[in-house]
Design a protein around this ligand. Structure first.
Ligand code: SF4
Length: 895
């Protein structure tokens, strides 16, 4: 940590159990920056980050001055470099990241360096949670059987991660069936304040992170600044590269009052999502403050922060306060760490109490917690909140549209299928799932108490409901058992199915045959009720069109009801053994019951015991023999993990930049092309290039798995690039799917096949596109795949922020049409060849280049395109062929 200290603000901090140096914000304030005191909490964290990383290159004194003088009333844009303290991964995105590190080690060795010097420079933690699926449910052995299947399906990926766990320093893996990434982060991994020894000196600084999962924001509930990024950004961060960002607008969200009896944090977050989505907070930081905070438990806050991507903000943060300190103690953090957090936060003006001055925000929104009512959200979007009292009517109102959108039902003969008596609105999936809620003891205890009362009254789930309980940590099992509630949940069918994302990520597994057959034959619009955070059509279960997000106790209630065609606020859920009606209000637990149960069943010791073995894994994990060696022994027969070619032919010195000349157009695309259009995550079609590749290697279509699980194999992923079945390429009008015209000549073929033919002929490629190119989830394979197809530049009307940066970090040139110009306005057809004048030697961040398009008749159109390499650091990465070769060369230079 040999950084500069231009403002002279390093101070000493004493806390119970130790001392450390730190970069003091109050000292900066006193040195001529009075506005620091009124900065929002999140901007104070970013300011400390700049102070600590000032190096006169990425971070200059002028950057620190700009943030210290931040004016909430000004809309001047200022770019800063943020260096997160750690990186968090889940297994879908983590496998390709570790594949890249393994490939870097090989390249390091090839170039005469020490492969062992390739390691994450920042702590990197990966939680395996995305792969378990609910195949078995409702029985005592469901957990065991699902875990067996998970290991059978993912052995190759897990063997690779076992190797990585041993081979890399600074890298830890939380094995499968341990927990869900964000809940494990909240309960154990988050340091809140880091303490690190550098050169014999102890330093204290805020815990900050980026994660390769959009709900990384959940840890914002603990006062930790962090958000979700694409894999390439995460890889750059883990290798010590700062992340370029604009100082964000900050929206203050003032909370008053307290939640009324009978409502939950889930009801609150669905209301906040509705409100903020309507208001518009995309690209902004949201900061919660006000007297209402005191009534929200830390777990309630984490639930609010978790759904940040659903309302569109980058960060949704709470300050550190007494509640934070209590939570750290409850979750078994050691005394000295807790003392450090408290002392550091107080010394830095980051600790909130009644005396804290209100920060200046760009704008302020207010919400009275007393106004919250029991709610669901659906049937298709998380922001479409439905009051519980209106759920029946709202489903009925949405039904005609959903009927119109469905596939026509099978023939009348097929409709004679026998099975359970279900109709439109049947609830066929009821899942207590997602770290959003399973991290919150109050809603899980409420679900357990409701289950107990239901069992006592003789109620049970309807037989067509697929029920599951998938907590995000083993602590949940411990406290449900200690509270005596696990048996009641089991009795209703909410047996443990796994510790992982399950239904929340769409791994809900198949429906029972007789239920699926009825839905398909009769074209039924059926429903799921889940305590998750996303309900887009097709995400939860392919046969379920209506998906409702709700609190865990409401999930149990809908399992009992078995249908959306019931008003749970006025109609009975069922009848008891004596034939008396049982209403939801009869079995809904009181707040006192919930709190007494929490107090009697959850202890710090429980968290300490569970997390003492968090990196150990079960016998299945231990039985995987990790390959030995510092370098991975790639298996040529593997269809899951392969050595990517990013470093093939890499030289110690970056070669001179190559001109882009005589380039052909691989695709002409319209507006709002998402990363899923560019690199789909879902099914692999048997007759697609990726499907053919797998079948040629003996993988039958039933074992294809999805593109998401194959991200460790670049051969599959590059064949899947632009393979989305909904992609419309204007080079072949009237078609859908990943096809293009090979030029000249115009033969129509899969985009991958055309790209390989161009590559063989030494022809560089460009993509032409409209507005918001690369929107949707941050997906590094959208840039990696494009690069591997041989594309050198993407010329679009505008780019999504993360995808633009991913393109540069893969060595591709993002160019923007001049204002008012587009493919249509310039009358480009895609049949032209392209020359990008100056691509080799005259590029400047945010500069311009001349693009010349030569039509088949020899006529030339020229236009000035804006270079969307936005910073000098990005230009360096681009000139090196991408961030990974750049970092590798830096490491080699230091040998
Ligand atoms: Fe993301 Fe859901 Fe998994 Fe949590 S449970 S990490 S929100 S997929």
């Amino acid at each position: 940590m040999a950084y500069q200290n231009a403002f002279g603000v390093v101070r000493d901090l004493q806390f119970r159990g130790g001392s450390a140096k730190y970069y003091s914000l109050p000292a900066l304030q006193q040195s001529g920056f009075p506005g620091v005191a009124r900065l929002p909490y999140s901007l104070k964290i970013l300011l400390e980050n700049l102070l600590r990383h000032e190096d006169n290159a990425s971070v200059k004194p002028v950057d620190i001055q700009a943030l210290a003088n931040w004016d909430h009333a000004s809309d001047v844009e200022k770019e800063i470099a943020f260096t997160p303290a750690r990186v968090l991964l889940q297994d879908f995105t983590g496998v390709p990241a570790v594949v890249d590190l393994a490939a870097m080690r090989d390249a390091m060795a090839r170039l005469g360096g020490d492969p062992n010097r390739v390691n994450p420079l920042q702590p990197m933690e990966l939680v395996i949670d995305h792969s378990v699926q609910v195949d078995h449910y409702g029985t005592p052995d469901a957990f065991h059987l699902n875990a067996e299947l998970e290991y059978a399906r993912n052995r190759e990926r897990y063997t690779f991660l076992r190797w990585g766990q041993n081979a890399f320093a600074n890298f830890r893996v939380v094995p499968p069936e341990t927990g869900i990434v964000h809940q494990v982060n909240l309960e154990y991994l988050a340091r809140v304040v880091f303490r690190a020894d550098r050169g014999g000196v102890a330093w204290a600084y805020p815990d900050t992170l980026v994660g390769t999962d959009s709900h990384t924001t959940m840890v914002n509930g603990l006062g930790v600044v962090g958000w979700g990024v694409g894999g390439i950004e995460a890889e750059a961060a883990m290798l010590g590269q700062p992340i370029s960002m604009l100082i964000p607008p900050v929206v203050g969200f003032r909370l008053e009052g307290s939640l009324p009896a009978g409502t939950t944090a889930t009801d609150l977050v669905l209301t906040v999502t509705e409100r903020l989505r309507r208001h518009g907070v995309v690209g902004k930081f949201v900061e919660f403050f006000g007297p209402g905070l005191a009534s929200l438990s830390l777990a309630d806050r984490a639930t609010l922060s978790n759904m940040c991507p659903e309302y569109g903000a980058t960060v949704a943060i709470f300050p550190i306060d007494a509640m934070t300190i209590d939570y750290l103690r409850l979750t078994g953090r050691d005394d000295s760490s807790v003392a450090l957090v408290e002392a550091y936060a107080k010394a830095q003006g980051l600790f909130a109490d009644e005396q804290s001055p209100e920060a200046d925000y760009n704008e302020v929104i207010e919400l009275d917690l007393d106004s919250i009512e029991p709610s669901l959200a659906g049937p298709k979007r998380p922001q479409d909140r439905v009051p519980l009292s209106a759920a029946r009517a709202k489903f009925a109102a949405a039904l005609p549209q959903m009927l119109a959108e469905r596939k026509a039902p099978a023939s009348p003969a097929a409709a004679a299928v026998t099975g359970p008596p279900i109709d439109h609105g049947a609830v066929v999936v009821a899942a207590i799932t997602s770290c959003t809620n399973t991290s919150n003891p109050s809603v899980l205890i409420a679900a357990g108490l409701l289950a107990r009362k239901a069992v006592e009254r003789g109620l049970t789930r309807k037989p067509w409901v697929k029920t599951s309980l998938a907590p995000g940590s083993k602590v949940v099992t411990e406290y449900l058992e200690k509270a005596g509630l696990a048996d009641s949940l089991d009795t209703i069918g909410f047996n443990l199915v796994g510790y992982g994302c399950t239904t929340c990520i769409g791994n809900s597994g198949p429906l029972p045959d007789e239920v699926a057959a009825q839905i398909e034959a009769r074209g039924l619009i059926v429903a799921s009720v889940l305590s998750g955070n996303r309900n887009f059509e097709g995400r939860v279960q392919p046969l379920v069109r209506a998906n409702y997000l709700a609190s865990p106790p409401l999930v149990v209630a809908y399992a009992l009801a078995g249908t959306m065609d019931l008003d749970l606020t006025s109609e009975p859920l069922g009848h008891d053994r004596a034939g008396a009606p049982v209403y939801l209000k009869d079995i809904w637990p009181s707040e006192r019951e919930i709190q007494e149960c929490i107090a009697g069943s959850i202890t710090a010791e429980m968290y300490r015991e569970v997390y003492a073995g968090v990196f150990d894994g079960d016998d299945r994990w231990k039985a995987i023999a990790p390959p030995a060696g510092d370098r991975f022994a790639w298996d040529d027969a593997s269809t899951y993990v392969r050595n990517p070619p990013y470093f093939d032919g890499l030289t110690l010195k970056a070669p001179p930049p190559q001109p882009i000349s005589g380039a052909r157009v691989l695709a002409v695309l319209g507006d709002s092309i998402t990363t899923d259009h560019i690199s789909p995550a879902g099914n692999i079609k048997a007759d697609s290039p990726a499907g053919r590749y797998l079948q040629e290697r003996g993988v039958p279509p039933k074992d294809f798995n999805q593109y998401g699980a194959r991200r460790g194999n670049h051969e599959v992923m590059m064949r899947g690039t632009f393979a989305n079945i909904r992609l419309k390429n204007q080079l072949v009008p009237g078609t859908e799917g990943g096809v293009t015209a090979f030029l000249p000549g115009g033969e129509v073929m899969p985009i991958f096949d055309a790209a390989m033919k161009y590559k063989a002929a030494g022809v560089p490629l460009v993509i032409l596109a409209g507005k918001e190119y690369g929107s949707g989830s941050s997906r590094d394979w959208a840039a990696k795949g494009t690069a591997l197809l041989g594309v050198k530049a993407v010329i679009a009307e505008s780019f999504e922020r993360i995808h633009r940066s991913n393109l540069v970090n893969m060595g591709l040139l993002p160019l923007q049409f001049p204002s008012g110009q587009s493919v249509a306005a310039l009358r480009l057809t895609g049949q032209e060849t392209f020359e990008i004048v100056g691509a080799a030697d005259a590029l400047a961040p945010r500069g311009t280049v001349t693009v010349e398009a030569t039509a088949p008749d020899g006529s030339v159109k020229a236009f000035e395109a804006r270079v969307r390499i936005d910073t000098p650091e990005e230009l360096v990465a681009f000139r090196n062929g991408g961030i990974l070769p750049y970092v590798l060369r830096q490491l080699l230079k230091k040998k």
